[in-house]
Design a binder for this molecule. Structure first.
Ligand code: AMP
Ligand code: ZN
Length: 462
């Protein structure tokens, strides 16, 4: 089945076809490491993780680059306020970010290039733009992109640059420009920058934010690659400007698919540092959330819908995950190791089709949980084949390869599984005497078994 993604540049869902069959080159805008990332940022990073896991599931080899923005206005200001070097500041928050990524089971990128390690590449790109007539130097020795020279500006955002509203957003810049809409490629050092600057053909200064992503994505993924992601606030001006610079510098197409995730909100407002309405991952852990519960909460809406966060969502996540683990446990206990055949349920195909349709997680979850309900009914009635048990376990494994929301199971030794399975068979035949005998035997071995509507639950006595 073909995969369709909503491509921001087309304003609709389109069939996904990578440039090189079998391989996907993916660039995701990474964190600005001037502070701890909040769960709004992680909504976007977890959406990107789902996208990547899905592409891997579809059989693609994914080469993923996520940049670390370690120089911009915010990092410079913060380092100066805290009286530490920019490197000390950004290393601290990069390390925190990497720990959060790991604890949230986000698959690591193949490369995490830091902007400050790529100043040379950025300078070369700006020089190429100057040579092609797309950039000019101002009196203060900053360099700007000349929007008038690039006819296709606004394709991603579908904006009309004559609109006053847009002009006002871009005009907010302190440098002298030929046209207020031109944006900075290189910013000349000013007194507020202290000792934070790099040498360049235009004198001391630092790169603009947009050129960072153009230079690093092109260096690691080539001039033309498959997918570029971020949150919707990256669409304009960041991604629009990336396209303008990259296409003008290389004279080649830049990115085929632009995918953006919607905001995580609090009481209807975007979660952001500026508004101060945010939670960090560590805040949620202190509130008792597990990594899996955080993942479920952030994935429990379509990535293109706004999602309102509240601490109350922990309970919903907990109950939902418990429903899966209880069911998984029930299947494991019924599993017969002599049965090797696995019949994957029909619902699996529908589940994949939902994800093929622009990662429709709400639909995929509804199919998955509907399947669990109907399987539980079959198991209650004893009307199942062992190949269905194997198929069911395979479905759960595949589900978790994609969403990573099932906690690592308590490891139950094989002899205990065998006993539980024997007991379950006795119960199905209403042989209560044997069932009780096995329960006692399990107790002697250090395991407690409790029967529930969704089957027996086992845990160690410790
Ligand atoms: P930043 O560290 O500000 O560069 O942001 C890192 C990523 O988080 C970017 O892709 C942003 O678009 C995304 N982001 C920021 N705030 C939110 C939010 N409230 N909800 C979803 N994504 C966000
Ligand atoms: Zn970026």
């Amino acid at each position: 089945m073909s995969t369709r993604f909503y491509n921001t540049i087309n304003r609709k869902k389109v069939e996904f076809e990578p440039i090189t069959p079998g391989t996907v080159k993916l660039y995701t805008c990474g964190p600005t490491v001037y502070d701890t990332a909040h769960i709004g940022n992680f909504r976007t990073f977890i959406f990107e993780d789902l996208l990547k896991r899905f592409l891997v599931f579809k059989g693609y080899e994914v080469y993923h680059v996520m940049n670390i923005t370690d120089v911009d206005d915010k990092t410079i200001k913060r380092a100066i306020t805290e009286e530490i070097t920019i490197n000390e500041l950004t290393l601290k928050y990069t390390e925190e970010f990497m720990n959060d990524i790991k604890s949230l089971k986000i698959l690591p990128a193949d490369k995490y290039p830091r902007a400050t390690d790529h100043i040379d590449e950025m300078i070369k790109m700006i020089q190429a733009l100057e040579e092609n007539g797309y950039a000019y130097e101002t009196e203060d020795h900053s360099v700007y992109f000349r929007l008038d020279a690039y006819d296709s500006y606004g394709q991603l955002t579908q904006i009309d640059l004559t609109q006053q509203r847009v002009n006002e957003r871009i005009i907010n810049d302190e440098y002298s420009k030929d046209n207020p809409q031109d944006f900075a490629l290189w910013k000349a050092r000013d007194d507020d920058d202290g000792k934070i600057y790099w040498e360049s053909p235009w004198g001391r200064g630092r790169p603009g934010w947009h050129i960072e992503c153009s230079a690093m994505s092109i260096k690691y993924l080539g001039n033309h690659f498959d997918i570029h992601c971020g949150g919707v606030d990256n669409i304009f001006p960041h991604h629009e400007n990336e396209i303008a610079q990259s296409v003008s510098a290389t004279q080649e197409p830049f990115v085929n698919y632009w995918m953006h995730s919607e905001y995580l909100q609090i009481h209807g407002d975007k979660m952001s540092k500026t508004l101060g309405n945010y939670y960090k991952i560590s805040d949620l852990i202190s509130e008792g959330f597990t990594a899996e519960e955080i993942r479920f909460t952030l994935l429990n809406a379509h990535y293109r819908s706004k999602l309102d966060f509240s601490l109350k969502q922990k309970q919903e996540a907990r109950t939902t995950i418990q429903r899966i683990t209880d069911f998984q446990q029930r299947l494991l206990e019924l599993k017969d190791s002599s049965e090797t055949e696995s019949s994957i349920p029909d619902e699996f195909e529908e589940f994949v089709a939902a994800l093929d349709d622009d990662l429709d997680t709400p639909k995929a979850f509804a199919i998955f949980f509907g399947w669990i309900r109907s399987m539980n009914k079959l198991l209650d009635r004893g009307e199942f084949k062992f190949s269905q048990i194997n198929g069911g376990l395979d479905f759960i494994d595949k589900f978790d390869d994609l969403f990573a929301i099932i906690p690592d199971a308590e490891s139950i030794p094989q002899n205990i599984y065998d006993l539980i399975k024997k007991r379950e068979k006795a119960r199905l035949k209403q042989d209560w005497k044997t069932a009780d005998k096995i329960r006692n035997q399990l107790y002697q071995e250090g395991w407690l078994v409790a029967d529930s509507p969704s089957g027996p639950k086992v845990r160690s006595k410790k």
